[in-house]
Structures are given as structure tokens and as C-alpha cells.
Design a protein around this ligand. Structure first.
Ligand code: DX5
Ligand code: ZN
Length: 219
């Protein structure tokens, strides 16, 4: 089952509650929340108070993507705010294994992300610990960028390792430039969670946008 996770980065921040409710009634499976610190990525977004504020507006899992340096400093706050998944970037963790286990100690599902320029093998040793692997299909920082096709090979490699390993249920999520055109390329390679920002919130009819992506990956 492919899951679609609209990213609120492209939503109207002045009415986030309503935007999220619309995504849920339009058929979203998860809500993707992009946290940026202006250091790891050249943009600033939101923190735990916003996650806490949106929590009552949806029953869907909140999938929190931390694009921040030293993410270990904020795991407790995001867990307390209501995150269901917390994903950290491998590039930001000196001790990736430790941070993954810190997330789990807070009762939250743990994810690890890699940028387009980072090889898949940096995640190989921690795959048995992960609930989710996030393969960035653009360089993180902004919505509305173009999908980088070479990332598809990494998705294939990671799916192979995951299905041969002790935790075959680990999700592979993709993030960046996902549309009805690019979605089939990544699901065929083994991705099962599709983040879509501008493709969903950049259109007036969110339900139709979600449906279009879902249809594109139905075999
Ligand atoms: C990019 C963010 C994405 C972003 C994707 O740094 O991590 O989640 O919202 O936006 P689109 O789908 O427009 O590429
Ligand atoms: Zn994201």
C-alpha cells in the first residue's frame, strides 16, 4: 500500500489547521512537517509549538522531517508536541545510531534521511533500527524543485537491503519533486511513502491532486 504524505511546507501557514483537515478529507495518509533551521538548509520554517498546535487538527500520523543541525537537542520537544515519526538527516548526526535510539526511547517511530549527494551505504548499518528511510529526491530546503532522477538507483539499493534484512516492513519515503509523473518511477524502485508539497497544496483541489498521484502508482 502506497502512502501519500502531503507536505505542509506548501500550505497556507495562516490557516494550517484547515489545510491539514482538507488534506485528510482529501485522502492523505500522513501529514509531512518540514522543520528547517537556516543552518543545515538555507530556509527557516517551524518548531515544536506549531506541531503541538496542528496535532488536534488531524488524526493522521504526523511525519516530522528535521532538516536541522544537532537534531538530538529537539527530539524530546517534538515527541512531546505529538510527532508520530521523527526523521533526522544522516548528514547532521555524529552518532546516528544513538540519535535513532533516542527517538525510539521517546516512543516515536524513527527515520533517517539522506540528501541526493549522500550514498545509500551510510544507512546500511542502522537499517535494522529504522522504521523509515527517507531518500531526498531534491536538495532539501524548498518546495517546488525538480526531481533528481539519479536518486532512483539509491531507492532500489535500499529496498534490496531492507527486504533482505531483519526488518522488511521499514518504509522508504521519498521527498521532493513528487508528482503524478515522477511517482511511478520511485514506487517501482521500492518507495512506499510519497511526500508531495506543491503537487498537493499548490492546487486548489487537494483531493483531486492526491487522487491523481495515487492513480499514477496503481499497477
Ligand atoms: C524539501 C522538503 C519537502 C518539500 C517538498 O526540503 O523536505 O518536504 O515540501 O516539496 P515539493 O513536493 O514541492 O518538491
Ligand atoms: Zn520534507
Amino acid at each position: 500500500m502506497i502512502k501519500i504524505a502531503p507536505s505542509i511546507l506548501s500550505a497556507d501557514f495562516a490557516k494550517l489547521g484547515a489545510e491539514i483537515a482538507e488534506a485528510q478529507s482529501g485522502g492523505a495518509d500522513w501529514i509531512h512537517v518540514d522543520v528547517m533551521d537556516g543552518h543545515f538548509v538555507p530556509n527557516l520554517t517551524l518548531g515544536p509549538p506549531i506541531v503541538q498546535a496542528i496535532r488536534p487538527h488531524t488524526t493522521l500520523p504526523l511525519d516530522v522531517h528535521l532538516m536541522i543541525e544537532q537534531p538530538e537537542r529537539y527530539i524530546a520537544d517534538f515527541a512531546k508536541a505529538g510527532a508520530d515519526y521523527i526523521t533526522v538527516h544522516a548528514e547532521t548526526c555524529q552518532h546516528l545510531h544513538r540519535v535513532i535510539h533516542l527517538i525510539k526511547e521517546h516512543g516515536v517511530k524513527a527515520g533517517a534521511a539522506i540528501n541526493p549527494g549522500t550514498p545509500a551505504h551510510v544507512l546500511q548499518e542502522v537499517l535494522p533500527d529504522l522504521d523509515l528511510v527517507l531518500v531526498m529526491t531534491v536538495n532539501p530546503g524548498f518546495g517546488g524543485q525538480q526531481f533528481i532522477g539519479r536518486t532512483v538507483q539509491k531507492i532500489k539499493q535500499l529496498r534490496e537491503w531492507i527486504s533482505q534484512g531483519s526488518r522488511p516492513e521499514t518504509h522508504i519515503e521519498v521527498d521532493g519533486g513528487i508528482t503524478a509523473e515522477t511517482a511511478p518511477l520511485v514506487t517501482r524502485a521500492g518507495a512506499d511513502v510519497l511526500v508531495a508539497g506543491s503537487a498537493v497544496f499548490g492546487t486548489a483541489d487537494r483531493a483531486a491532486a492526491i487522487e491523481e498521484i495515487r492513480k499514477s502508482v496503481q499497477v
